[in-house]
Design a protein around this ligand. Sequence first.
Ligand code: ATP
Ligand code: FE
Length: 335
Amino acid sequence: MTLALESSCDDTAVAILEGQRTIRSSVISSQIDSHSPFGGVVPEFASRMHLEAVLPLLDRALLEAGISDPKRDIDLLAVTSGPGLMGSLLVGVMAMKGLAQGWGKPILGVNHLEGHIFANVVNHPDLDPPFLAMIVSGGHTEVVLVKELGDYRVIGETRDDAAGEAYDKVAKLLGLGYPGGPIIDKLALTGNERAFDFPVPLRSSEKVEFSFSGLKTSVLSQVEKLRKNGQPLPLEDLCASFQRAVAQSLVSKLHIAVSLTGVRKVAVSGGVGANSYLRKKLLTQTAWKAYLPDPFYCTDNGVMIAGAAYHGWNRGRRSDLELSPSPSWRITDGV
Ligand code: ATP
Ligand code: FE
């Protein structure tokens, strides 16, 4: 069994996976309430809270999995070792190195983005490579050609903000709180997506590339105009129109990626993959078969790290007690 710890940003998550797919436990300690008054993640708080959360969470995961003798039952320890916040990664890596030494078990450092891809692999037994993985998260927006599990080529990414970051920034400027994605998703349900004609980013570019900072500025200009005229903000309409532009950009770039590669399987994950509007759009295209994890497994979790570690171990990846965090580890640097 694989015991995995994820602590790259603001969630501490632990999971125990039996083989490649059987989830024995998956627990999360979220820091959202502590960061939300600041409108984003405060790195110093994050590391301190990981430190407080990690040991109780490991105990809970073992208890829920019904494991009383981890030294006997756990075969592999996995930990996210990059990319992410240095302090947050450090807490996770040190904790798991301690366990590895204490229990005499192997440890494997996992790339967080490979983890996001594995959220789909764990959830979908029929998802075989080659496939296109689109990671749309708080810090990344990229399309990866998965030639084999472990063999990745980034074929396009964002020029500026990540999609999740755009959600968070737009929510902040609308005064909606953090994280913005789930709040905007909910408000948009009752809004008119055509109320505002926000520009679809890089619409005329034939490349697989994204940009979301201009879209955020368009929303800001619209909000300032409405405020200047003394009009109340039609929040639902603003959210729905913004969401439509984001989804159109993601979907249209995926169409380009599919025609460039000839690969017609598309696996989307990362926090924005939980977006109800985007999910609907992805699932109704005929150009591809869309794979999406349960919304819970779109955002950070331990299961995706355990899945990536289990597979990595079986294809020969190894780490040792010299493992240290790699805050800017790119998925193509070798995983
Ligand atoms: P990275 O994986 O790039 O390091 P991260 O781990 O912080 O970043 P995730 O946990 O994958 O990111 O996703 C968090 C992001 O997803 C936040 O920006 C959040 O607003 C967004 N998000 C979550 N749920 C939704 C939703 N329903 N609709 C849109 N965005 C969402
Ligand atoms: Fe993430």
